[in-house]
Design a protein around this ligand. Structure first.
Ligand code: 3NM
Length: 230
């Protein structure tokens, strides 16, 4: 039992009121408390927003469902106050509970069509893809965007890198907003930008930075040099 009924009452939420937003181009922020240099997820979110990031995904694998619900609620509030899009990783029930803008699914989670039935047309549904067939299926099933990765080796997610060829394929063949992800750092982001990008996630590189605001500024300066974001 998720106690969602009680949390819903406690939070006094109105669900399904938003109209759907598009995922913005540029940096896609994701929480990762284990890689955050001792900062909490909420501290990281506040810093990422101060740095100008316009979309935040709450990704948390190690807490109880109630801890995650409460944290997601806090982050949803912060995002709303700052006009930042808020996505919940894995948990469609938490996304609904806190009236997030959308949900991000993994290949092993609920399928997109079922998620769409539950969330309706006004919410964003994204899905991680690691192979061409997964990307094609995501598009066919009506995903609003896809994750493309892990491009480079990463310790943030337990998955083998797919390499730049997969990103090239997506850029040239699949017409859907996408987030390039996995092992992307300040020192290798040019390789992504050279191929083309809609949105990019640098998870540990940003949440683990000594200074999140400075790090985001440096990354944004690199992004601005390429016109494929315009
Ligand atoms: N999803 P970092 S890779 C959360 O390929 C996540 O679907 C991936 O973290 C995917 O930027 C990944 O620290 C981890 O490597 C990305």
């Amino acid at each position: 039992r998720y106690e969602s009924y009680y949390l819903e009452k406690e939070f006094n939420l109105k669900i399904f009121k938003n109209t759907k937003k598009k995922i913005p181009k540029g940096i896609y922020g994701i929480t990762a408390e284990n890689f955050s240099n001792g900062r909490s997820n909420i501290e990281c979110v506040k810093e990422m927003i101060k740095a100008g990031i316009k979309i935040i995904q709450y990704r948390e694998k190690n807490k109880t469902i109630n801890e995650k619900s409460r944290e997601a609620y806090e982050i949803a509030k912060i995002c709303k106050e700052n006009n930042v899009i808020f996505i919940v990783n894995d948990h469609i029930e938490i996304a609904m509970l806190v009236d997030a803008d959308g949900v991000h699914l993994g290949q092993e989670d609920l399928d997109i069509k079922s998620a769409r039935k539950i969330l309706g047309e006004n919410k964003i549904i994204g899905i991680s893809t690691h192979a061409i067939e997964e990307a094609q299926k995501a598009k066919k099933d009506g995903a609003d965007y896809i994750g493309v990765g892990p491009i480079f080796p990463t310790t943030t997610k337990d998955r083998k890198a797919v390499g730049l060829e997969y990103l090239k394929y997506i850029v040239n063949n699949i017409d859907i907003p996408f987030v390039a992800i996995g092992g992307i750092k300040e020192h290798n982001i040019d390789k992504i930008l050279n191929i083309g990008a809609y949105s990019i996630s640098l998870v540990s590189e940003i949440v683990g930075a000594d200074n999140i605001i400075k790090k985001v500024k440096i990354i944004n300066e690199k992004i601005e040099k390429y016109n494929n974001f315009n």
